[in-house]
Design a protein around this ligand. Structure first.
Ligand code: SF4
Length: 454
């Protein structure tokens, strides 16, 4: 919870949208017979995405605790993805739906060979109904994005890149365990733009050990010079099991800056880049208008479907959330089983959808009173929270609702989580059955513009 009025911060900053969504775990219940449910799903108008997971990396970054397999993907990985695509496409709900976004994430999807990537991209187009303006994103690193893969991406309609640059600083790249120097990163970005890929975005990590303000300003100067379509900014999170955490503990590198420095650096990034053509897209994402729509994330927050493929991939179809096994042998066994799909998932209800949507709105920087309309008493119930956040300068009100201030964007995941918790409490107080309430429109409502920052 927020501290007293004098304090403008929470005890601990939540840095991930997963933290904001965590209270929703209480609202799911097990769903057996995944394949039967899928077979019986009737097509509706919800937006849809496809997520392909490639949990392999050619090396391990020192700050990463994702336990990625530091190898090339197994030889049969692309074939397993193909088999999954074929299996899913035998279900009318999957084959007849239209997909507006495809996202290759990981790990590093470009650890797959050019030939494997071509096979998967072409199978997606031949088995599934991709819309003419489908957004196809590839997460990649500078070193794994080779010429033959760029050619495949051109031929197969990839139109969005998310490059894990993290920093252009040699000192920073060395500490974070990134391969290739900043100059190589700049050249690769320029090359992609010259090749006609307009939607090129990078990840930027700030507040890494020993990073000075000058180091950050140099990263920002380079970003301004590169004509990027967008960037995702992440304050370094350093779990205990990471190599970098141990390096700090043994004095091999300087300590990380404290939360005060993290906030100063965050402010510096926003001050610099919001003045230079970028707008806030979501809490950790700045984009140039009309250059980077990032449809994939919008669809997910609008309770759209995500057809998840690959080991460890998580998605949602209809009202069932599901995960593929992370373990490669278990995943292979699932794909090659007679049904070829997960056996179970988790059932979500309309309250879950409603709260997910509210959290999504806040992740995009604002919440309209209209969003709360399905429950007329909810706005009153949220009023004390709204008052506290306003008094602490984290939100401001306008005629249509509320929006996050610059400080509010910094603490955005904390704020979104408080809304989620308070709304769950509202339904619990209404009685046990209210939490299963189903009278909420599930239609997709377009996101509105963020007045404070864009
Ligand atoms: S490339 Fe990404 S997933 Fe792979 S080790 Fe580095 S941070 Fe982790």
């Amino acid at each position: 919870m927020l501290k007293s009025k004098e304090s403008v911060c929470y005890k601990e900053r939540l840095r991930s949208h997963h933290d904001a969504l965590a209270p929703l775990h209480a609202l799911v219940r097990p769903a057996a017979n995944f394949a039967d449910r899928l077979y019986n799903m009737s097509l509706d108008e919800r937006p849809r995405t496809i997520y392909l997971h490639v949990p392999f990396c050619t090396h391990n970054c020192t700050f990463c605790n994702l336990n990625r397999r530091r190898t090339q993907p197994p030889d049969d990985y692309a074939d397993l993805l193909l088999q999954e695509i074929e299996t899913y496409s035998t279900y009318p709900y999957i084959s007849e739906g239209r997909y507006d976004a495809v996202y290759f994430g990981g790990g590093t999807p470009t650890t797959l060979s050019a030939k494997a990537l071509q096979k998967v991209l072409s199978a997606l187009r031949s088995h599934l109904n991709l819309t003419p303006n489908v957004e196809v994103t590839i997460e990649t690193t500078i070193s794994d994005l080779t010429e033959d893969k760029i050619t495949v991406f051109q031929e197969e309609g990839v139109n969005r890149f998310s490059l894990g640059v993290q920093t252009f600083s040699s000192k920073g790249r060395y500490l974070l365990g990134r391969w290739g120097n900043g100059e190589k990163a700049m050249k690769k970005i320029t090359y992609l733009l010259e090749k006609g890929f307009q939607d090129v975005s990078i990840d930027l990590i700030y507040n890494w050990p020993g990073q000075s303000e000058e180091d950050l300003l140099e990263d920002l100067r380079i970003i301004e010079s590169l004509n990027l379509a967008g960037l995702s900014l992440y304050a370094l999170i350093l779990p205990k099991e990471t190599v970098l955490y141990r390096m700090i503990g043994t004095g091999q590198c300087p300590a990380m800056g404290d939360i005060g420095q993290e906030k100063r650096f965050f402010d510096l990034i926003l001050e610099r880049l919001l003045d230079r053509g970028f707008i806030l897209h979501e809490l950790t994402k700045l984009v140039k208008p009309n250059r980077d729509e990032y449809k994939y994330v919008r669809i997910r927050y609008d309770n759209g479907d995500t057809l998840a493929l690959g080991a460890g991939a998580g998605g949602r179809l209809g009202n069932v959330v599901y995960h593929n096994p992370s373990n490669m042998d278990d995943y292979r066994q699932q794909v090659k089983s007679p049904i070829g799909l997960p056996t179970k998932g988790l059932l979500v209800n309309n309250i879950y959808d409603f709260i997910y949507h509210v959290v999504g709105r806040l992740e995009f920087g604002r919440l309209d009173w209209n969003d709360l309309k399905p429950f007329p008493k909810l706005q009153d119930y949220l009023q004390p929270l709204v008052d506290t956040l306003t008094a602490n300068g984290l939100i401001e009100l306008d005629s249509q609702g509320l929006f996050l201030t610059r400080d509010g964007v910094f603490w955005g995941n904390n704020i979104a989580r408080e809304f989620a918790t308070t709304i769950i409490e509202f339904f619990r107080r209404k009685g046990g059955d209210a939490i299963k309430h189903s009278d909420i429109p599930q239609k997709n409502v377009p996101m509105s513009h963020h007045p404070a920052t864009g």
